[in-house]
Each structure stands twice: as C-alpha cells, then as structure tokens.
Design a protein around this ligand. Structure first.
Ligand SMILES: O=C(CO)COP(=O)(O)O
Length: 281
C-alpha cells in the first residue's frame, strides 16, 4: 500500500517567513517562487530536491489557492503535479484536532487547507512562549496523525566555547532530548525532518561554522539511528547563499531551513542553484 505521507527526496529547501511579511507580500513572493521564468522550482527535479514555503497561518489558504493554480498549469503543460514539486507548511499547530482551545490552530484544519509540513518547537516558540519538549512531541504526533511531516527544530542555546569537541558533545546532548522525545511520540514509519538550528546562530549576520554543524548533525543522525520512516536533518540559522557549495554544508546535511536570507527571490535562486549543482545526475 502506498504511504499516506508526503515523499521526501534526498534534499530539501524550506523557507519560513516567521511574522516578517504582510499578506500581500507573502502572496507576491509565492507567485514569484513558482513563476517558471524565475527558474526556482524545477518539477523535473522533484525526486531529488523539494522546496516548501511556511507562511503565517493567515496566508495558508490563499497560498494554497496559488499552489493549486500552479499545479493545474503544470498539468496543462504535460508535467505531472503529483507528487507536488512544491509544498506548503504551517509554523505551528495544536496537539488536539478540535475542541475548546481558544486561539489554537488545529492540525486537521492545516491539513485540509493543503499543508504537508508543520514546523514545531522553533527556538522562538520555546524562548518566548515557553514551549516544552513534551508539547513539541505531542504536536509532532498530532501532525503525523494528519499524515503531514513534522519539521522539528533542535539546537543548543549557548555558542561554542574554545574546545570544539566539547562544544559538539554539548550541542548533541542538548538536541538529543527533543529528538528522542519526538521519535518516541510518532509512528516509526512516519517521515520526520529535524532542523538543526543553533539558537545562537538564528537572526545573526552569519551562520554557524561548517565544521561545527557537520559534527553536530553527525551526532544527531546517530541519535536518530535506523528507522523505517525517512528522517532528514537540515541546517538553519542565518543560512543563505554561499553556504552549500565547495567546502560548505552540502556534504553534511540534507538541506537548509532558510529565514531572512530567503526574503528576496534572488537569494532563493542562488541557494537553489548551489544545491542543484551538487545533485546526483
Ligand atoms: O530560524 C530560522 C528559520 O526558522 C532562521 O532564521 P534566520 O535565517 O533569519 O536566522
């Protein structure tokens, strides 16, 4: 029987708009991402590279309409829109599908509007809204129950000290707590994405160093171990153009989770190009 979950290719580029854009800007941005003349989404690469946009809750519905129009246009040009070459995600969800939870957003509603990914446990939600590992794990289970993919953010709070190996060990042990909690909460065959986002590298001029990221991601992969469902580990935290290619993160991670450096279409195009150059032919 075919898996009810979205299929994850080897590489992923995900963009979260956090709360930066107005609704109008989000919709213009999505149209630009999907516009074939901008050469950002290449449906023929879907089995190797997948892009996704995670807008705010208010714009999920109009974004889904734009994506539907894009997919039907693909059909008219003879390209199969299934599996879709572009996915939509939400920035959070509640752990119950419905009920008396004023202000919360149901994962079932998110799914019904056309999302395939739910971002969970971002450092900002943990620091500002006191979200706990247990809550994030429950949300991950609720996300999988709707056959969406949890995108779980993990990362150490403190910047590395002078001893690199100690910094890596500390980072892996901080990340491992949430990785284990999420894996224990979701079905073994459910795909899951972990975004390694060192808290100290978010919102900065530059990302974390490549060696540090590569070593921590190796440790996170060891914690994940072998499982029937796909598991991808991305890097996020001031990620942008110039980070992927030669001597960069391309060999260490399964993709990137982009924030501010994807706000201009040109930045996304550059990152896509760098990743495409490293895809196996
Ligand atoms: O938190 C991030 C993505 O979720 C990263 O944001 P920045 O790239 O803006 O640092």
């Amino acid at each position: 029987m075919a898996s009810p979950y979205p299929i994850l290719p080897e590489k992923l580029l995900l963009i979260s708009l956090k709360m930066y854009f107005t609704p109008d800007r989000t919709l213009t941005y999505l149209r630009d991402l999907l516009n074939p003349t901008n050469e950002i989404v290449h449906p023929q690469n879907r089995d190797k590279l997948l892009l996704a946009l995670i807008p705010d809750f208010l714009t999920i519905w109009p974004c889904a309409q734009i994506l539907k129009e894009y997919e039907s246009h693909l059909t008219t040009t003879g390209i199969s829109p299934s599996p879709s070459p572009f996915l939509l995600g939400a920035q959070d969800c509640f752990w119950e599908p419905q009920g008396a939870y004023t202000g919360e957003v149901s994962p079932a509603s998110i799914r019904s509007l056309g999302c395939s990914i739910v971002e969970l446990g971002h450092a900002e939600r943990r620091a500002i809204f006191n979200e706990t590992d247990d809550q994030t794990a429950r949300k991950a289970a609720a996300t999988c129950a709707q056959h969406m993919v949890p995108l779980v953010c993990v990362g150490e709070v403190t910047a590395p000290g002078p001893v690199a190996s100690q910094a890596v060990g500390q980072a892996v042990s901080e990340c491992a707590v949430l990785v284990r909690a999420v894996l224990a909460a979701i079905p073994a065959d459910a795909p899951v994405i972990f975004a390694y986002e060192p808290v100290w590298a978010i919102g900065q001029p530059k990302p974390a160093g490549v060696d540090h990221v590569a070593a921590v991601v190796e440790g996170i992969r060891a914690v994940i171990g072998a499982r029937p469902g796909a598991a991808r580990v991305l890097y996020g935290g001031s990620a942008g153009p110039g980070l992927w290619g030669a001597g960069g993160l391309g060999k260490a991670v399964d993709g990137m989770f982009l924030g501010r450096f994807a706000h201009e279409i040109e930045g996304v195009r550059k990152v896509v190009r760098e990743v495409e150059e490293t895809l196996a032919v």
